[in-house]
Design a protein around this ligand. Structure first.
Ligand SMILES: [Ca+2]
Length: 198
């Protein structure tokens, strides 16, 4: 019992001798820990802002946004084409992210790919839209629309989206605008109406 007490005291006095060094080390450790917490905090804040800023669009609300941004008739496609594609890609949910087997991911309402159109800091990318993939997850979709326009222009087709080719191409898309109080022409160029779209 006594031996234990002595040993404990001796250890105690040794600790006191090395106190400044230990305190420095502690301060360094605290610094590292606080830095780590800072990183976690920033990441969490980014995620929270992204989530809080996201939105699931109503069909007609989205239709109006797309029309206003000049998508009706763009490259010969109608708002119906875009609504149909966005529905099958994301369910109109701007926060939707999907991961591909090749390691790339797809972001937002139009599911734009991190290997080609945006930079997520992970996937090697062309970043053809010169944007951060996280910007594709908020409810401000004008930047998403501009990027999507670039996709259609470079493919000269909406075939870039498998879901469009599968579910929308060649279909009657007038249903997508039903009840939206919009008077937009609804024929896509797939119905042979390319000329009138310019
Ligand atoms: Ca956006």
């Amino acid at each position: 019992m006594e031996v234990t007490v002595c040993k404990a005291r001796r250890n105690g006095s040794e600790e006191q001798k090395g106190e400044p060094a230990a305190r420095n080390q502690l301060a360094r450790l605290m610094g590292v820990r606080m830095q780590a917490w800072g990183t976690v905090l920033v990441t969490m804040t980014t995620l929270m802002i992204t989530t809080m800023d996201a939105k699931i669009y109503e069909r007609c609300e989205l239709a109006k946004k797309l029309e206003k941004a000049g998508l009706n008739g763009f490259q010969g496609y109608s708002v119906g084409d875009w609504l149909c594609m966005a529905h099958y890609e994301s369910g109109f949910d701007t926060s939707f992210v999907d991961h591909n087997p090749d390691g790339s991911s797809e972001y937002g309402i139009f599911q734009l790919n991190s290997a080609w159109w945006c930079d997520n800091g992970v996937t090697p990318t062309q970043n053809l839209c010169h944007m951060d993939c996280l910007d594709l997850l908020n409810h401000h979709i004008l930047d998403d629309i501009l990027c999507a326009k670039q996709v259609v222009s470079s493919y000269n087709s909406m075939n870039a989206w498998d879901s469009w080719a599968q579910h929308c191409s060649g279909h009657d898309l007038s249903e997508w605008l039903k009840g939206c109080d919009m008077y937009v022409k609804n024929d896509s160029r797939k119905h042979g109406d390319l000329d009138s779209w310019g």
